[in-house]
Write a protein that binds this ligand. Structure first.
Ligand code: PLP
Length: 404
């Protein structure tokens, strides 16, 4: 493979030439769980990690290994680990760097599942945490305790789309000996490469854009070779959170179209954000590509493009938010994102409902907030759908006013 090729080209020709024993163009699937060895010495060396090889499916699989190689290359990391979900990637990475008595600083608007893991499971392992506003670096520095070991961030965040300064936060992490872990799900390595900006570890929900077709649950951790090997053997293997061959195959198929898909998601999201921003029924639109976004300049420096997610707030709160998504004809109400279909959700009643309402406000999740994942459809059709839904709400409100 030529090293001068751009990502758009090399991602399509990414199959490891050395592994192309049969001359296949697309990846083959190896479902085998167990592998045989020429002798016992050889078997022991593979299990001990002294020589490369696969020995039991819970610790790795040749198809998944090929995907891991591709993901590590995309993120420009030493190694990657494919795991059974984004939450497996998040929990494994946190457990790898935190022990009983340690503390983690977490950006305040974080994915609901991460919030739930920290609230329900981390305390059982004696791990403490604080949510902080990571846009303010003084607050970050002041919040570091003697036992703080990890700074965990998501940028742009779900669902608020806050953009955090990776270079700046990595400098703070380095100065204070913290491991900086970044959830890069919303961007994918195509739009943002946190390791190149000083992050130590990147995690992904592979379920979203990386696979891109809504038919796989998967996760990735990318970092240093020795640390990834430890996570594979001592955490993923012991907890049984491996990624199987079929899922890996589907993700490799999805990755070939990652650049074209991301470009279309981004174009559609910008068109939607611009439409919503000028609509009288909308209180606020958050999209890093809008000049009104508080971190628009930072986003332009740090991200190749602005992503496929738009968050916005309707005037009228909870009932308007729910009516809006109920009225849609093309957009589907769904908990996921990053699929070909436009997906919408109402965080207060759906993804973030596990967070008490008074706390949700602190994290910017207001009752009227909607998260929209721009699909790959024609943007005119998506916008026409949003328009008809907003008009319906306006008509209902007018009728209610006339009745009162
Ligand atoms: N990180 C982010 C930003 C997410 O949006 C999600 C899921 O929506 C996850 C992690 C968890 O991923 P998974 O559902 O694959 O466990």
């Amino acid at each position: 493979m030529k090293s001068s090729w751009s990502t758009d080209t090399s991602i399509i020709h990414s199959l490891d030439q050395e592994n192309r024993h049969t001359g296949v163009i697309s990846q083959s699937i190896t479902p085998a769980v167990a592998y045989s060895f020429s002798n016992s010495e050889n078997a022991a060396a593979v299990v001990l990690g002294e020589i490369e090889g696969t020995y039991y499916g819970r610790y790795g699989n040749p198809t998944t290994n090929e995907l891991e190689r591709q993901v590590a290359k995309l993120e420009n990391g030493e190694a990657a680990l494919g795991v059974s979900s984004g939450m497996a990637a998040i929990s494994i990475s946190l457990l790898a760097y935190l022990q009983n008595g340690d503390h983690v600083l977490v950006t305040k608007d974080v994915y609901g599942g991460t919030f739930s893991f920290l609230k329900n499971l981390a305390p059982r392992f004696g791990i403490g945490y604080d949510y902080i506003d990571c846009t303010d670096h003084d607050i970050v520095e002041r919040s570091i305790k003697e036992n703080t070991k990890v700074l965990y961030i998501e940028t742009p965040s779900n669902p608020g789309l806050t953009v955090l300064d990776i270079n700046g936060l990595s400098a703070i992490a380095k100065k204070n000996n913290l491991t900086l872990i970044i959830d890069n799900t919303f961007m994918t390595p195509y739009l943002q490469k946190p390791l190149e900006m000083g992050a130590d570890v990147v995690v992904h929900s592979g379920t979203k854009y990386m696979n891109g077709h809504g038919d796989v649950i998967a996760g990735f951790i990318i970092g240093k070779q020795t640390e990834i090997a430890m996570m594979r053997k001592k955490i993923m293997g012991d907890l049984g959170q491996n990624l199987n061959a079929w899922e890996s195959y589907l993700i490799m198929r999805g990755l070939k179209t990652l650049p074209v898909r991301m470009k279309r998601h981004c174009d559609n999201a910008l068109a939607i954000a611009e439409f919503l921003e000028q609509h009288p029924a909308i209180k606020k639109v958050s999209y890093p590509g809008l000049a009104s976004h508080p971190q628009h300049e930072l986003a332009k420096r740090q991200m190749k493009a602005m992503g496929g997610i738009v968050s916005f707030e309707l005037k009228g709160g909870l009932s308007s938010g729910q009516q809006f998504i109920d009225n849609l004809k093309l957009g589907l109400i769904s908990f996921s994102l990053g699929d070909p279909e436009t997906l919408v959700q109402h965080p207060a009643s759906m993804t973030h409902s596990s967070i008490p309402s008074e706390e949700r406000i602190k994290y910017g999740i207001t009752d009227g907030l909607i998260r929209l994942s721009a699909g790959l459809e024609d943007s005119d059709d998506i916008i026409a759908d949003l328009k008809q839904s907003l008009e319906k709400i306006a008509n209902t409100q007018t009728r209610e006013l006339q009745h009162n």
